[in-house]
Design a protein around this ligand. Structure first.
Ligand code: URA
Length: 287
């Protein structure tokens, strides 16, 4: 006898599905579709209005299956200077909420914060559990910054940053610190026109998240931060974005974040749990 139970079908536009699955932005997903790279249940779909049922349909891009997993959204923003890290501000100051798709993803919130004048990678998610776990000190999520500072730190001052410096809320945990050479592409975000006379660019990687921590650490060794930029957060690197732009995490990035925030990661934790991207390990050789 045929199954007579009602089949409730929830459908969504294919390009929205692809964006939410972290395959590409909405526009990028449309391009994938029109290029004939997307199939639903084995049939190539190029029609932009096409709908899919995320629960039942099998969606592939270049033959690779993509799913919505738990339906949570993960978004990377290239935060520009001049925006405070809050989802609303009673004083009406520009805030990061205006730069990310809050209507599309209700409940989106920033994982941690950057100062108003700091630029760079800010992660948002609707997944409160993952967001809170990533912020927990026990996770040791590494965050890499580049700072334009007044003066040039000496080898001894860099060593003090690595050992930990006394701050008014306690000594900082050991960090990774290196001077970036003139013309190093990693310095471009804080010294686009080259390093101004009497300044230097420092790369500092920390796994704590105290208020103004990088600025305070560098001040503690005698160097005021003039410009600050974050180029990685745990396994995420700031790629594919211009200041003010956002994109969904790719499926791989999302998997890396979820693995980092899993209860298992806490058991396996330690100072290397939330490592920065691969390039980080190479750079750290001369950090
Ligand atoms: N440390 C700072 O001092 N400021 C930031 O925005 C982030 C880290």
């Amino acid at each position: 006898m045929p199954d007579e139970s009602p089949q409730i079908s929830y459908t969504m536009r294919l390009q929205k599905f692809l964006a939410r699955a972290g395959v590409a932005s909405r526009r990028g997903s449309e391009n994938l579709m029109t290029a004939g790279r997307v199939a639903v249940n084995g049939v190539i779909v190029t029609e932009l209005g096409s709908k899919v049922d995320p629960e039942r349909d099998v969606v592939t891009v270049d033959g690779v299956v993509h799913t919505l997993a738990d339906g949570h959204a993960y978004v990377m923003l290239y935060k520009p200077s001049g925006y405070i890290t809050t989802m609303s501000d009673p004083q009406g100051r520009p805030c990061v909420a205006s730069l990310v798709p809050t209507e599309r993803y209700p409940g989106l919130f920033p994982v941690g914060r950057l100062d108003g004048d700091t630029t760079g990678l800010l992660l948002f998610t609707t997944n409160g559990e993952v967001g809170n776990r990533m912020l927990h000190p026990s996770r040791h999520v590494w965050k890499r910054y580049v700072a334009l500072v007044r003066g040039t730190p000496t080898a001894r001052q860099l060593e003090r940053l690595r050992e930990g410096v006394p701050l008014d809320d306690g000594t900082s945990a050991p960090a990774k610190a290196a001077l970036l050479a003139e013309g190093d592409p990693r310095a471009a975000a804080v010294a686009a026109e080259g390093c101004p006379y009497g300044h230097a660019v420092v790369q500092l990687t920390i796994h704590e998240g105290r208020k103004h921590q990088v600025k305070r650490m560098l001040k503690a060794v005698g160097h005021e931060v003039v410009r600050l930029h974050r180029d990685s957060f745990g396994p995420l690197g700031l790629t594919g974005l211009m200041p003010g732009e956002w994109r969904p995490l790719t499926a791989d990035e999302r998997a890396a974040i979820e693995a980092l925030a899993s209860p298992r990661a806490e058991r396996d934790g330690g100072p290397h749990a939330g490592s920065a991207p691969d390039t980080y390990h190479k750079e750290s050789n001369h950090a």
